[in-house]
Design a protein around this ligand. Structure first.
Ligand code: SAM
Length: 344
């Protein structure tokens, strides 16, 4: 293995007297998104390259639960208090509630969440709740079983059962995430809002990002602005309070239902200014920006015998290389990693 030695910078700008991890632009980084696997039971085109082009990492490259817990422990010592478990599909990883129990026991972690496609949630929701998981976000791009099968390669029934099981286990509020795709599901926005509203869940619609994927971004990208201009959406959503600003999701009230609906605009209204995130890939890469490929590998640091200060140093260096604004390079898409590889 040819790994550059990691230098520890005890007085680095990244860790300052304000107690926490800061990047070069003064943003406090207190949120770590952890991909626990780069495998998934689904085959969503927007998330992974076509099946033959996608190669999961060998299992030996993937961080063990103990390695993840150690990294989170160090992150917590740097002021990270919010963790989200994601993937791939986190629940294809065996014994995931054991990891949840380890992470929820770490001093300083006050918010432990997971993003899942819910296929296996009916089986694990109660154990996850008991292990200390606070919140669940569930991906749901369509309610049409045939469309769902076409889009994901999977059945919708276990997903709907999983959503119910999560509610029955006491997860509240459940957030549903829908990726907006022109010509694929933008005619279902209102149906999805009504579905979420009827079950007391919050739904958020996310603009499609141009990752390395099996879907033609140019053809299927639709902005939130264009979705809000649809007549059926205007009939259901009060768009008057929509404002721009630096929050991840904007929420608008529903006209004829309970609650509100969220919109996440990573393409048309970037929220980099308020970004507080770092990402840990399943194979140990620490990334400070989703579209930025520059990263350092914590698995290598750990497996060559690095101490906690070495891990801390990687966090601090990662904070310092976080760009002010993440840029999607549209014509170099093919060189990028896919979302399933990075962790969504
Ligand atoms: N398997 C889990 C799931 O389906 O929720 C977690 C991983 S998935 C990569 C996390 C989130 O990333 C999902 O909500 C998914 O819709 C979103 N996502 C994946 N590729 C995307 C893309 N190209 N643009 C926008 N969102 C994307």
């Amino acid at each position: 293995m040819n790994v550059q030695p990691i230098k520890f910078y005890p007085q680095s700008k990244a860790l300052n007297m304000r107690q926490g991890l800061y990047d070069s632009f003064g943003r406090k980084l207190n949120y770590l998104r952890i991909s626990v696997t780069d495998r998934c039971n689904m085959r969503c085109d927007y998330c992974r390259p076509s099946a033959d082009a996608y190669q999961a990492e060998p299992r030996s490259h993937i961080l063990s639960f103990e390695e993840i817990a150690r990294i989170v422990n160090v992150a917590a010592s740097l002021g990270v208090n919010k963790v989200r478990i994601t993937g791939g599909e986190p629940l294809v990883r065996k014994d995931l509630p054991d990891l949840v129990a380890q992470l929820s026991a770490i001093d300083g972690i006050t918010d432990l969440a997971m993003t899942s496609n819910a296929t296996y949630l009916a089986k694990h929701a109660t154990a996850l709740k008991g292990a200390g998981l606070n919140r669940i976000n569930i991906s749901l791009d369509t309610l049409n079983p045939l469309r769902f099968k076409k889009l994901t390669g999977s059945e919708i029934e276990p997903v709907l059962d999983g959503i119910q099981a999560a509610q029955a286990a006491g997860f509240f509020p459940i957030k549903l995430n829908t990726v907006l795709m022109k010509g694929i599901n933008n005619d279902e926005v209102v149906a999805l809002m009504d579905f979420a509203s009827a079950m007391g869940a919050t739904i958020r619609f996310i603009e499609l990002m141009p990752m390395k994927q099996g879907l033609d971004w140019d053809k299927h990208y639709i902005s939130v602005e264009d979705v809000l201009a649809q007549d059926d959406v205007q009939a259901r959503v009060d768009i008057s309070p929509m404002q721009t600003g630096n929050t991840v999701a904007r929420y608008l009230p529903l006209k004829h239902g309970k609650g509100e609906v969220g919109f996440i605009m990573p393409m048309s209204d970037r929220f980099c200014e308020g970004c507080n995130r770092l990402r840990l890939t399943a194979d140990g890469g620490l990334r400070s920006c989703l579209p930025e490929d520059k990263h350092m590998n914590l698995r290598d640091v750990i497996r060559r015998g690095g101490c906690d200060d070495d891990i801390r140093a990687v966090f601090m260096r990662s904070a310092l290389i976080k760009p002010e604004i993440g840029t999607y390079v549209f014509d170099a898409d093919a060189d990028k990693r896919s979302m399933i590889h990075i962790g969504g």
